[in-house]
Ligand binder design. Sequence first.
Ligand code: TXA
Ligand code: MG
Length: 342
Amino acid sequence: MKTKVLDKTQIEDAAEILRRGGVVGIPTETVYGLAADALNGKAVEKIFKAKGRPMDNPLIVHVADFSDIEKYNLVREIPENAKTLAKAFWPGPLTMIMKRTDVIPPEVSAGLDTVAIRFPSHPVAQEIIRKAKTPLAAPSANLSGSPSPTTAQHVLNDMNDKIDAVLDGGACEVGVESTVITLATDVPRILRPGGITVEQLREVLGKVEVDDAVIHQLAEGATAASPGMKYKHYAPKANVLLIKGSDEAYISFVNSHSADDVCALCCDEDLLLLKTKTVSLGRRNDYLTHARHLFDCLRRIDENKTIRTVYSRLPSVEGVGLAVYNRLIRAAGFEVIDLETV
Ligand code: TXA
Ligand code: MG
C-alpha cells in the first residue's frame, strides 16, 4: 500500500482512516506512535505486522481525557493513585497500568490481565483521538528493535508502504518514550523510565519502586514485568559500547581507539578534544536535551554506513538521565567498558 503523508490540516483524514480500521503514524510529545483503533482487534493486529513486533508484547492505549477511561469502560476500577498521578502529570509522558476489563482485545493486552493507558499532551494526538471517536492503541512507530522515531521522516524510513498514512506534526519534544508505572502491584512500580522522572513520581506518591529490569539485564528465564524490556532494543546497526569513567579517561580511551569505522556518541564539551567522528547529545549535564536527541543521534549513526563501533559515555541515572541510560544500555546489549577498574 502507498503510505500517505498528511499534515496538520488533515487530522480528519487520519481519523477517518483509523475509524475504518487502518493504521496511521501519529505525533506525540514523546515519540511517534503507530496508531489503530484500540477496541478493534483486527486493526490492532496490523500494527504488529507492520512493526514485526512479537505478539506477546502488549500495547499502550491512548485516550484524549481522563474521563475516557470510564467512558469506554477500559479498567475494572480506577485506583486512587491513578487519580493523583493524572492530576499531577496528565496529559503528558506517563503511562499507567491498571486491571483491564474485557473491552480490551487480546491483541492489545497480549494475554495479561492489565492494560497500559496514556493521555498524551500533544495537541495533534489529542485531536486525532477525539476525531477517531475511540481510544487508540499505539506502540512507537519504529520497526521492532530499531531506535524509536522522533520525526515523520523517521517513521517513513521504517514504515513506508507498510501503513496507511503518517501525520507530520514536527519533531517530538521529549524524544524518549513515556514513563511506564504499574498500579496493579501493592507498591507502584516503574517498569520503564521516561519523561516523568522517578523523583517526580516519589514526590507525588511517596513510595515508588523501580523495577530491576530498568537498569539490569534480566536473568536467563526470568519473566519480564514489562514484556518490552526483555528484547534487545533501540539498537542501531553499529555495535554500541558504553564507557564508564571520568571525562579525561573517556576522551583518552576513544582517541586511542580512533579509526575510520569508529564514532563517539558524546557531549558538546568533548567535540574539540576527540580525534574521531562524533555525534553529540548536547551539553554535558543537560539530560532533557540528551533525551530529545538520543534516537535521532542513533539513526544518524546508522545513516553513515561506514560506522561499525560506537563509543558512548555511560549516561547519568539522575532525572531524565535514567531514561537515556535505560535506552542506551539496551542499545549496547548491556556491554559496559569500565575504565575505573582496568
Ligand atoms: O511514549 C510512549 O509511551 C510511546 C508513544 C507512542 O505513546 N509508546 C510506546 O509504546 O513507547 P511501546 O509499545 O513502544 O512501549 C510500550 C511498553 C512496552 O515495553 C510494553 O511491554 C509495555 O509498555 N506495556 C504495555 N502494556 C503493558 C502491560 N499491560 N503490562 C506491562 N507492560 C506493558
Ligand atoms: Mg517501542
